[in-house]
Design a protein around this ligand. Structure first.
Ligand SMILES: NC(=O)c1ccc[n+]([C@@H]2O[C@H](COP(=O)([O-])OP(=O)(O)OC[C@H]3O[C@@H](n4cnc5c(N)ncnc54)[C@H](O)[C@@H]3O)[C@@H](O)[C@H]2O)c1
Ligand SMILES: [Zn+2]
Length: 368
């Protein structure tokens, strides 16, 4: 079955041409706008004014800027506001914000009136390069994150890298983890660009930031198009570093550890594991670590969230969910820089533990 595609537009300013872009994508000009409190303040007035100027009718929704907004309770409340505003199947929904707004808005769009089109206007680096692309939308359940959701591809993804200027540095580095991940798994020339321009990108220098954002978004879109429902193992390579990262996030109870920070630490572990199992040569490992070494973390975070953990503790955290459903843990490994594969055989516990030790040793040496 052919997979529908989203159009991804990377442009500054993107909002000025939203009317034309909607028309070209067959979208009508009745749009529910979903913000969080921060993105409403930062971008709301300008976007709403520009859309009205371009002939749109809008209905505005705002949720608190936190992960708990991805809940059935807030979705229920928003459905009510949409019904009261007489939003019907002729409308679409535009999500303006980070991954929280994108996931929640996508979930609502997929379910409201059995589905209305969704458009993403991501405003964090993580959302521009990862969560707004690929059509996975979900809310959280008290028993687990992202468990209730749909595949609902956005018709359009509207990316304006200039919107990143107000984003705190910590969020930039968190988004950079996914950007660097694409260099590791998919594209050697992109990896080389990241090595030479890492500092320009995190400082949001043009043309490097736009180049990094659009290449990341297109790499993700390409992978998703080739393996939409995660059947061939290709889409799974987007989880490079994530098996370790999920263990770290769970131990931190998802507090005071950004997903991207966990992924950065997880990618270091995955590089060591790839090398230990004989897939990745030492030069590849060193090149990879050199790029990981560019990331900056809040003071004390690596110590609190990684170095002070017992390796067994992290290992059990990684395995806990999988045991419940009698599945083995799967790792994405590299056999060279920019080439990832899903390793689908059981890996000996000792090798996993040793790669955690290797990464811990490397991070603590670097700090000295
Ligand atoms: N659907 C997917 O494929 C996918 C992939 C990865 C992550 N996710 C989800 O994404 C979420 C995390 O997304 P996130 O990291 O973007 O977090 P977020 O949406 O919570 O945004 C982080 C913070 O930045 C603020 N913000 C947003 N844009 C800003 C800007 N331009 N300037 C200043 N502040 C701004 C937000 O208000 C928020 O406080 C998680 O819920 C995760 O599960 C989904
Ligand atoms: Zn991720």
């Amino acid at each position: 079955m052919p997979v529908p595609e989203s159009s991804i537009i990377v442009r500054t300013p993107v909002i000025d041409s939203i009317g034309e872009l909607y028309t070209a994508s067959g979208l009508g000009k009745k749009s529910v706008l979903l913000f969080d409190e921060n993105t409403r303040k930062l971008f709301g007035d300008e976007i709403i004014e520009s859309m009205h100027h371009q002939g749109f009718r809008t209905c505005e929704l705002v949720v608190p800027a936190r992960e708990t907004s991805k809940s059935v309770t807030s979705a229920w409340k928003l459905y009510g506001q949409m019904i009261e505003a007489e939003v019907d199947r002729g409308w679409n929904l535009l999500c303006i914000g980070g991954g929280v707004v994108g996931d929640l808005g996508g979930y609502i769009a997929a379910s409201y009136y059995r589905g209305i089109p969704v458009v993403q206007l991501p405003t964090t680096l993580l959302a521009m390069t990862d969560s707004s692309i690929g059509g996975k939308v979900a809310i959280n359940h008290p028993l687990g994150k992202n468990l209730i959701g749909f595949f609902h591809l956005p018709k359009l993804v509207l990316i304006d890298p200039a919107n990143l200027r107000s984003l705190p540095m910590r969020e930039i580095y968190a988004g950079m983890a996914e950007v660097v991940k694409y260099g590791f798994i998919a594209d050697r020339s992109f990896f080389d660009l990241l090595v030479s321009r890492f500092d320009d990108i995190v400082r949001l220098q043009e043309p490097w930031i736009s180049e990094a954002v659009s290449r990341s978004a297109f790499i993700k879109a390409d992978v998703v198009e080739k393996d939409f429902r995660e059947t061939s193992g290709l889409r799974a390579t987007l989880n490079f570093g994530h098996t370790f990262a999920h263990g770290l996030e769970k131990l931190a109870e998802y507090r005071n550890l950004r997903h991207g920070e966990a992924v950065t630490l997880g990618m270091a572990c995955a590089l060591f594991l790839s090398n230990r199992l004989g897939f990745l040569e030492k030069t590849g490992l060193e090149e990879g670590l050199e790029l990981i070494g560019r990331f900056r973390f809040p003071r004390g975070l690596i110590n609190r969230r990684f170095l002070s953990l017992e390796r067994e503790e992290l290992f059990s955290s990684m395995y806990s969910d999988k045991k419940k459903i009698d599945r083995q843990l799967r790792f994405v490994l590299l056999d060279r820089i920019s080439h990832a594969f899903l390793h689908d055989q059981e890996i000996e516990k000792e090798s996993v533990l040793q790669s955690i030790d290797d990464a811990k040793g490397w991070f603590s040496e670097k700090r000295e």
